[in-house]
Design a protein around this ligand. Structure first.
Ligand code: GDP
Length: 323
């Protein structure tokens, strides 16, 4: 099983998948387009969110970062007149310091991530999409903005015109992602409920990834991050509208056309099921909001069963006109 994952939304389903699938059968591929260098540190926000979520260290109330966080570093930084637009908690800071010196010492992002996952007791493979730098840039009405400047500093307010992934053409899938793409026993590909434009597209922009996912011959199912035309959090629906689509599950299905043949949608969107079928996308309607660990596991299990049904040969249909 291969899961494509961004940060907060994706990590919730990844948590459920990690509970539902044996570690040797699951590779969680994480977006690194959000990665950036800040105050001399290498920050990988989506990888960290997945690491914190799968190890039970994430702060559920705040919705991002580590639980039990304190902010002494930020207040001292402010006192010194330092750049304080990006919040780095004291505990979170340890992650960035540890990653930064190891990268500088020559380790790859894959190696650093694998070591940290192991140390935090995570058995499932969490792998960056690539070890080469790929940087998401949002073209806005005010000019190009690097991802964190757009997302954090400008609070995703500027109108987006286009999104590009600098460095993607030269990037290659990370070794563990490439190995997963080479397996002949991949049961399914799950596109987690992450931002399609900012979290999943960067992964798909790595050369060869789309074709190799399709060549696996496995069912590809996405879980919609859009519910009743809205994102639960973040700019997915706003971006959809700005990039010319009406926010909704039909736009999600269109976005993943040629990749996903199944889409898990929320009960609130059941009315779109027929239109999805007409597009050639099989819908699965269920509750998709994940509040608890149980929600995450149930949605993961349902998504896997749905994928298995998609790959099964069609059931024989009773002939009409019989007695
Ligand atoms: P980011 O990188 O931290 O912005 O996170 P992602 O890209 O992984 O996730 C953002 C998306 O997750 C948003 O579009 C949300 O609507 C979606 N999301 C968050 N929580 C849930 C949830 O419980 N269920 C579903 N279906 N989507 C969710």
């Amino acid at each position: 099983m291969i899961a494509l994952c961004g940060g907060v939304g994706g990590a919730k389903l990844a948590f459920g998948l990690a509970r539902a699938v044996a570690p040797q059968d699951l590779t969680i591929v994480v977006n690194t387009g959000d990665d950036f260098e800040h105050l001399g540190l290498s920050v990988s926000p989506d990888i960290d969110t997945v690491l914190y979520t799968l190890s039970g260290l994430s702060d559920r109330e705040r919705g991002w970062g580590r639980t039990g966080e304190t902010w002494g570093f930020m207040s001292a930084l402010r006192q010194l007149g330092g750049e304080d637009w990006f919040n780095l908690g004291d505990r979170d800071l340890a992650m960035h310091v540890e990653r930064s010196w190891r990268l500088r010492a020559g380790e790859s992002l894959s190696q650093v991530t694998a070591r940290t996952a192991r140390t935090l007791g995570i058995g499932t493979a969490i792998v960056p999409m690539s070890d080469a730098p790929v940087r998401t840039v949002v073209e806005t009405a005010q000019g190009p903005l690097s991802f964190q400047r757009y997302f954090v500093e400008a609070r995703a307010e500027p109108r987006a015109r286009a999104i590009r992934f600098e460095g993607a053409e030269a990037a290659r899938p990370s070794p563990a992602f490439a190995a997963a793409l080479d397996r002949r026993d991949v049961a399914a590909v799950v596109v987690c409920p992450s931002n399609p434009y900012l979290s999943v597209d960067p992964i798909l922009a790595v050369p060869g990834v789309r074709d190799r996912l399709a060549a696996l011959g496995a069912p590809v199912v996405a879980v919609s991050p859009i519910i009743a035309g809205q994102a639960l959090k973040g700019p997915a629906a706003k971006l959809m509208a700005e990039l010319g689509a009406e926010p909704g599950v039909l736009a999600v299905a269109r976005h993943y056309r040629g990749l996903a043949t199944g889409l898990v949608i929320d009960q609130a969107d059941a009315g779109d099921a027929a239109a999805l079928r007409a597009m050639g996308v099989t819908p699965h309607v269920t509750g998709t909001i994940m509040h608890s660990d149980e929600d995450r596991t149930r949605l993961a299990q349902e998504t896997l069963r749905f994928a298995a049904d998609l790959s099964a040969p069609p059931r024989a249909v009773a002939a009409h006109g019989g007695p």
